[in-house]
Design a protein around this ligand. Structure first.
Ligand SMILES: Nc1ncnc2c1ncn2[C@@H]1O[C@H](COP(=O)(O)OP(=O)(O)O)[C@@H](O)[C@H]1O
Ligand SMILES: N[C@@H](CCOP(=O)(O)O)C(=O)O
Length: 304
C-alpha cells in the first residue's frame, strides 16, 4: 500500500473586478489521505464539509480527478483507491471547494505514479485541473498560493503569475448558510457587456493589483474592488450577499462577493475590522483568514 497526504487551500476568485482572472489562496484547508490499496474498489470517508452529501464511490470528485490523471499520464487505473477526506472548505459558497478537490485528486494521482508521475509537469497539473474545473482563477492560487493573475492563451492553455500580497492584507470571509452552485451563478451572466463597463473593470483590476501588493490603504481598496461585470448580474440570486457588500462598503470596509458567491470577502484595516460583525446577520459565519502563501502541499507519511 502506498499513501500520500495532500493539503489544498480555499480560494477566493475574482476579488471584485478581476472576473475569471484574479484569485487569492486562503488559510482554510482540506486534507486528503489517498492510498492505493491493491484491493478492488473505491472506499471514501468524509469528515466535515460535504459529509453525508457527496458521493462516496466513483462519482466522488477527487476520485474522478485521480482517474482522469491516471488516464492523462497513460498509467493503468489502480485496482483499489482509499480516500480519507477532512474537509473544511464549505461547498458551493464561492470559496473554491471544487477546485481544491480537483487539485487534490490530480496531485494525489501524480504522487502515487512513480516515474510517470515525475514526468507529469506542474504545467500539466494546472492544465488538467483547469480543464476539469473550468476556473483558472481558483485552480492557480490553489496550486501556487498567494495572489494570482491567471489567463488562458489562444490555444486554450492556462497560465499564471503569482504575486505576494502586502503583509497588511488580512481577508475576512463572511460565509452564509445558503449555497449557490457556481454553474447557476454563471448562468446569470449576460453574453455581452457595455464597453464602458469593461473599461471600468480593466482599470479597477489593474488598481487592485497595486493596492493588494503595494498600497493596501482603505480608500484605494474601496475603489479597486468595484465591479460592473458579474456582481450586479448575480445579485438577484444572492440578495443577502449583495446587501452585505453594500453595507460593509458604506461603513468603509472594502468588500466583494467571493468567487461566484454567496460568501462575502472583506479586506478590513485594523481601524475597520470591528465594523464587520454588527453588519452581519445570525445565519452567517465570520472567518478571519490570512493569505496562504504556499498553496497545495504533497507529503508522504513516514512509514512505521
Ligand atoms: N472535497 C470535495 N469532495 C467531493 N466533492 C466536492 C468537494 N468539494 C466540492 N465538491 C463538489 O463540488 C460542488 C461545489 O462546487 P461549486 O458549485 O463549483 O462551488 P465552489 O465555489 O465551492 O467550488 C459540491 O456541491 C460538490 O459536489
Ligand atoms: N470566476 C469564476 C469563479 C468561481 O469561483 P467559485 O469559488 O464560486 O467556484 C466565476 O465567478 O464564475
Amino acid at each position: 500500500m502506498t499513501t500520500v497526504e495532500i493539503r489544498v487551500p480555499a480560494t477566493s476568485a475574482n476579488l471584485g473586478p478581476g472576473f475569471d482572472a484574479l484569485g487569492l489562496a486562503l488559510t482554510l484547508h482540506d486534507e486528503v489521505e489517498a492510498t492505493l490499496t491493491g484491493e478492488r474498489g473505491v472506499q471514501v470517508t468524509v469528515e466535515g464539509e460535504g459529509q453525508g452529501e457527496v458521493d462516496l464511490g466513483e462519482g466522488h470528485l477527487i476520485v474522478r480527478a485521480m482517474r482522469a490523471t491516471f488516464d492523462r499520464m497513460g498509467v493503468a487505473q489502480p485496482e483499489g483507491v482509499r480516500l480519507r477526506c477532512r474537509n473544511r472548505i464549505p461547498h458551493a459558497r464561492g470559496l473554491g471547494s471544487s477546485s481544491a478537490a480537483v487539485c487534490a485528486g490530480i496531485l494525489a494521482a501524480r504522487a502515487l505514479s512513480g516515474d510517470a508521475g515525475a514526468a507529469f509537469s506542474d504545467d500539466a497539473v494546472f492544465a488538467l485541473a483547469t480543464e476539469m474545473e473550468g476556473h483558472p482563477d481558483n485552480v492557480a492560487p490553489c496550486l501556487s498560493g498567494g495572489l494570482v493573475v491567471a489567463w488562458t492563451d489562444h490555444l486554450g492553455a492556462p497560465h499564471m503569475v503569482k504575486l505576494v500580497p502586502d503583509q497588511r492584507i488580512h481577508p475576512v470571509a463572511v460565509v452564509p448558510s445558503a449555497r449557490l452552485a457556481t454553474e447557476t451563478a454563471r448562468g446569470l451572466l449576460p453574453k455581452d457587456v457595455p464597453h464602458k463597463d469593461a473599461a471600468f473593470n480593466a482599470g479597477r483590476a489593474a488598481l487592485l493589483i497595486a493596492a493588494l501588493t503595494l498600497r493596501p490603504e482603505p480608500e484605494l481598496l474601496l475603489a479597486a474592488t468595484e465591479d460592473r461585470l458579474h456582481q450586479p448580474y448575480r445579485a438577484p440570486a444572492m440578495r443577502g450577499s449583495a446587501d452585505l457588500v453594500e453595507r460593509l462598503r458604506a461603513v468603509g470596509v472594502p468588500a466583494v462577493v467571493s468567487g461566484a458567491g454567496p460568501t462575502v470577502l472583506a479586506f478590513p484595516s485594523p481601524d475597520t475590522q470591528d465594523l464587520i460583525a454588527p453588519e452581519v446577520g445570525n445565519d452567517w459565519h465570520i472567518q478571519q483568514m490570512d493569505v496562504d502563501q504556499v498553496g497545495a502541499t504533497v507529503r508522504f507519511p513516514e512509514t512505521r
